[in-house]
Each structure stands twice: as C-alpha cells, then as structure tokens.
Design a protein around this ligand. Structure first.
Ligand code: ZN
Length: 222
C-alpha cells in the first residue's frame, strides 16, 4: 500500500530503477516480464516516463501556465496563454498534464511506453497518431493490447471521458494502483497545493473537489 506522501509525489522510498527510469517495486517486476515477452516477439518495449515527483510536475504545470512551455488545448491545437482566461488555461493544461499531486506518475505504478525499435526517445512526441495505424508505435500497441491484463496492466486513459485526454501510451499496474486510488486523500492534496508555489492557485483551489473527481476518478477501469 502506498502512503499519502508517496501518492502526492513527495516520497520516493518505494521505487526501484528500471532501464534509467524508476517504478514501484511490484510494478517493475511485472513490467520487466512484459518487456521480456515483447522482446521474444521482436519488439523493444521501453519506458519513456516512469515515476515523476511533485516538484517535477509543478515545473511542468507552472511552465504551461506562464507560457514558457508549449500548451495545447483538448483538441491538440497550440494555444496562447496571453489571450486566455485562467479557467481556460487550466482546462487546456489538465487535458494533457496532471495537476501536481494528482499525477498517477507520482505513484510509480504508471508509465508511458514506446517502441524503441521503431522510434528514438528524442524523436518521440507522445502524440496519439504515433500509436495509431501508420505510426511508429502502432504494431507494438496492437501486440500489447490483448496481453496487458495478463501482466496486471490496464489503460486508465483509454477513452475520452471528459477528464484526461486519451493516452494510448499510458499504462497502470492495477494490483497496486487500484487500491491506491481508493486511499487517495483530497484534503492532503489541498494542504500540499496551498503551501506550494502553484500557478493559477486560486482557480485550482476554488475548483479542487471537481478537478479531483474529473481528473483522478474519471478513468477507464481495468
Ligand atoms: Zn503518462
């Protein structure tokens, strides 16, 4: 079971290293078995993003809010924060990036994958077309789909449910992540955000219960 500090991305004691990334220990074991299975089928299944802490997520969120990082809206179109309301900026950020403290990448149970035999990490943009027919990761995506559950993985951002936009690359290790979500404490999240240098803080805190419902709980089930 993960602690609240681990769920908020404030504690990394539960992680182990896997090919340059960090994952929760049970997740890492299952992942390595899946990677070996994929290798037997001729694929180079790789993690491009595993664990990510609160501070890192805060830098991503704040960078998008202040315009120093590229920001796309829910439709995938580039937008300009200088002509947007705080509410619209927040909606665009949260379609693709988690609010710090709510990223499933904080848990170590979730990861983003790609086919290292088909595209380099530098060239990868983590955009849906790369995983769709004609994209470099499509063949491996098709191979993975019927096998994920055998290893305990599922895709929480499979369908457009009005929260996080569909992310074909994002996997979660259900035996640890499902109980973790059940233990998530929104009050501790609120306390952590209040004391952090978070952009759009007033807008975020005013909407926090709704944001947690929409972006944490509204997921595709295993
Ligand atoms: Zn992800």
């Amino acid at each position: 079971m993960l602690t609240q500090a681990q769920m908020l991305g404030l504690d990394d004691a539960h992680l182990v290293s896997v090919a340059g990334q960090r994952l929760e220990a049970q997740t890492a074991t299952a992942w390595q078995a899946l990677v070996a299975d994929a290798a037997g089928a001729g694929f180079q299944l790789a993690v491009c993003s595993g664990w990510r802490g609160f501070e890192r997520q805060l830098a991503i969120f704040n960078g998008k809010a202040d315009g120093s990082r590229a920001l796309n809206n829910r439709a995938g179109e580039r937008c300009d924060v200088r002509v947007m309301s705080d509410a619209d900026i927040l909606d665009a950020i949260l379609a693709w990036s988690a609010l710090p403290g709510t990223s499933r990448h904080h848990w170590g149970t979730d990861l983003d994958w790609y086919d290292a035999g088909a595209i380099s990490r530098d060239a990868l943009q983590l955009e849906p077309w790369e995983y769709q027919p004609g994209g470099p990761c499509h063949s491996l995506a098709e191979w993975l789909e019927p096998r994920l559950s055998q290893y305990g993985f599922f895709r929480p951002f499979r369908e457009p449910l009005g929260g996080v936009a569909p992310e074909p690359w994002h996997l979660s290790f259900a035996p640890v992540s499902v109980p973790a979500l059940g233990e998530f404490d929104a009050n501790q999240l609120a306390q952590q955000l209040e004391q952090s240098p978070l952009a759009l803080k007033e807008t975020v805190l005013a909407q926090l219960p709704g944001l947690v419902e929409r972006y944490c709980y509204r997921i595709s089930q295993p």
